[in-house]
Design a protein around this ligand. Structure first.
Ligand code: NI
Length: 262
């Protein structure tokens, strides 16, 4: 596993779960075979932290945006703040954005939808891809995405149907997968992966959450993303190294990361 070079395309190192050892954990990633990490933001403060971590580590990149669960304070001023943050050369996407109907205490659905639209418009204006979070909102999420045909993106931690996956691939989108694919109830995700063309797949940890088996229950970090590659490799009949390499290239292409920027 140490000769695998992987791109963890979604990890939250701004999370409080890393307060005790954030810099040490990130510094240890190259020796664990992690070549690149993308840290998305969930509101302004975490977006700022994502950018500052990207400034500190050559292999860390950032996305900025308001997560649907954290978008209650979103306003016109937020759009301007995101626009300014996104001017940083290591900001490679708007995210994570989307809809989350799972948590009852989240902002109202209509408000989440309006914030999602505004951030998709911003992505189009800036020529950046988006990172989408869709939890229990598949129909509305896809409908909104379709209304922004000039924006492309990735559905992170894809949990939708095979039919929706086919639609998203037609629209030019990517799907990314977490440690959830290693869980016992992953059958639906594995069916999607079985069908999905390899050039549309990215891998991620969603650290500190969604820790893959056999470490489920512990804090997640990018060093465990190879377990996601191993599961995808089994489904696709490829070696884990091949999946790591292809998803690394996919991520670099999708986020427009050039080697010489490191
Ligand atoms: Ni996330």
């Amino acid at each position: 596993m140490q000769n695998m070079r992987v791109f963890d395309t979604h990890a939250h190192y701004d999370s409080g779960a890393f307060n005790a050892d954030r810099l040490e954990v990130l510094a240890s990633m190259p020796e664990q075979g992690v070549e690149l990490i993308l840290n998305p933001g969930c509101e302004l403060e975490s977006s700022r932290t994502a950018v500052s971590l990207a400034e500190r580590f050559p292999y860390v990149y950032a996305a900025v945006g308001f997560h649907p669960s954290d978008c209650g304070e979103f306003s016109d001023a937020s759009v301007e703040e995101l626009r300014q943050l996104a001017a940083h050369p290591k900001v490679k996407a708007i995210g994570e954005i989307g809809l989350d109907y799972y948590w009852k205490e989240n902002p109202p659905h209509e408000f989440q939808q309006a914030v999602f639209h505004r951030q998709l418009d911003l992505a189009e204006e800036l020529g950046l891809p988006v990172i989408v979070h869709d939890r229990e909102a598949h129909q509305d999420c896809l409908q909104i995405v379709r209304q922004h045909p000039n924006v492309t993106g990735v559905y992170h931690c894809y949990s939708g149907s095979l039919e929706d996956a086919k639609t998203l691939v037609k629209l030019g989108w990517m799907l990314s997968f977490t440690g959830v694919v290693t869980y016992k109830n992953a059958r639906k995700s594995l069916e999607v992966i079985e069908w999905l063309p390899m050039d549309r797949i990215m891998i991620e940890t969603d650290s500190p959450y969604l820790t893959p088996e056999p470490f489920r229950g512990k804090r997640n970090d990018s060093g465990k993303v190879h377990l996601v590659a191993e599961t995808i490799a089994r489904v696709k009949g490829l070696s884990p190294e091949e999946v790591a390499q292809i998803t690394l290239e996919n991520g670099k292409r999708f986020f427009n990361i050039q080697e010489d920027m490191k």
